[in-house]
Design a protein around this ligand. Structure first.
Ligand SMILES: NC(=O)c1ccc[n+]([C@@H]2O[C@H](COP(=O)([O-])OP(=O)(O)OC[C@H]3O[C@@H](n4cnc5c(N)ncnc54)[C@H](O)[C@@H]3O)[C@@H](O)[C@H]2O)c1
Length: 280
């Protein structure tokens, strides 16, 4: 059901790779809610994914950009304003990548070049985007910027590796820049901390099935889906949340406030005699 929550708003959506991507669902719902926007991803992702189908379905244009490149981000902000006919009202940063995770390197044996890349792609790109947008005065007053995070920023979760460090930094950037951009231009900046979700990035984390089963059992409302996450993003882009800023907002069915649930305990006690695996 649509409520016209984003009628007349212009946006930029980063990170739609394929139908499973959280950004894909956000684009679909933003379109339904009356927004116009540009879509962006890396040139490689444009080749491997099917973002052009999404562009056709949402009547939007795709602008290739690597979110670690200042030149690309600058061109993206300029072009988006030209195409959409004015300043931007909302931006979704839905970007994450770790070569250490991809290559199966453990946290106590990571490759530092990969580590730099993880932080640059998954966190510093957010700062670059905000700094450029502010320099160019590209976002309208009461605009809204959302980045996607994960509870591993606060708590250690087996195998999340250097992405945990990137998410902690991402959330800190939202607070630090949220102060400056809010004070000067009334732009709000938040992160949404989403449940584990079976997307391309999510499936890169070894053992995501087990993790999703655990968080499903631990959360009173169950895991939040990509579609539900998109719905939450839309509320944050809308005028109904104008005074929400500098927050990390958990969208996880209650997982982050739980210690132990009946469902998880029942499952755990079944396996008490099972052999303990490796200690990554
Ligand atoms: N899937 C999960 O379990 C989960 C949970 C919490 C948070 N998140 C976060 O949600 C966001 C979206 O991930 P997703 O799960 O939809 O997976 P996804 O793989 O569909 O999206 C990740 C996107 O990042 C893009 N990307 C990678 N490097 C880039 C670069 N240099 N410049 C621009 N874009 C780049 C990829 O092309 C891809 O589109 C990420 O920040 C991820 O960490 C995911």
């Amino acid at each position: 059901m649509s409520y016209n929550l984003l009628k007349g708003k212009r946006g930029i959506i980063f990170g739609a790779l394929n139908e499973k991507s959280i950004a894909w669902k956000v684009a679909e719902q933003a379109h339904e809610e009356g927004a116009v926007f540009t879509l962006t991803n890396t040139p490689i992702a444009l080749r491997y994914g099917n973002i052009n189908d999404l562009a056709t379905a949402t009547n939007s244009q795709v602008i290739p950009a690597d979110a670690t490149s200042i030149e690309d981000l600058s061109m993206l902000l300029d072009k988006s304003q030209q195409i959409l006919g004015g300043k931007i009202d909302f931006i979704l940063h839905s970007i994450g990548m770790s070569m250490n995770v991809r290559k199966g390197l453990k946290y106590d044996n990571i490759n530092y070049d990969f580590y730099h890349k993880t932080i640059d792609i998954s966190a510093i790109s957010f700062h670059k985007l905000l700094q450029l947008a502010r320099e160019k005065d590209a976002i309208n007053e009461w605009g809204s910027v959302v980045a996607l995070s994960y509870v591993a920023a606060q708590r250690t979760l087996y195998r999340y590796n250097d992405m945990a460090d990137a998410k902690a930094m991402l959330e800190s950037i939202a607070r630090s820049f949220g102060y400056i951009y809010g004070r000067d231009k009334k732009v709000r900046i938040n992160t949404i901390s989403q449940s584990p979700t079976m997307t391309t990035a999510g499936s890169g984390v070894k053992g995501i099935d087990g993790l999703m089963d655990f968080t499903e059992r631990m959360s009173p409302l169950g895991n939040a889906t990509a579609e539900e996450c998109a719905g939450y993003c839309i509320t944050l882009f809308s005028d109904l949340t104008k005074k929400v800023t500098m927050q990390n907002l958990f969208h996880d069915g209650g997982f982050s406030s739980m210690g132990m649930s009946y469902n998880a305990m029942s499952q755990y006690t079944k396996g008490l005699n099972a052999e303990v695996g490796d200690d990554e």
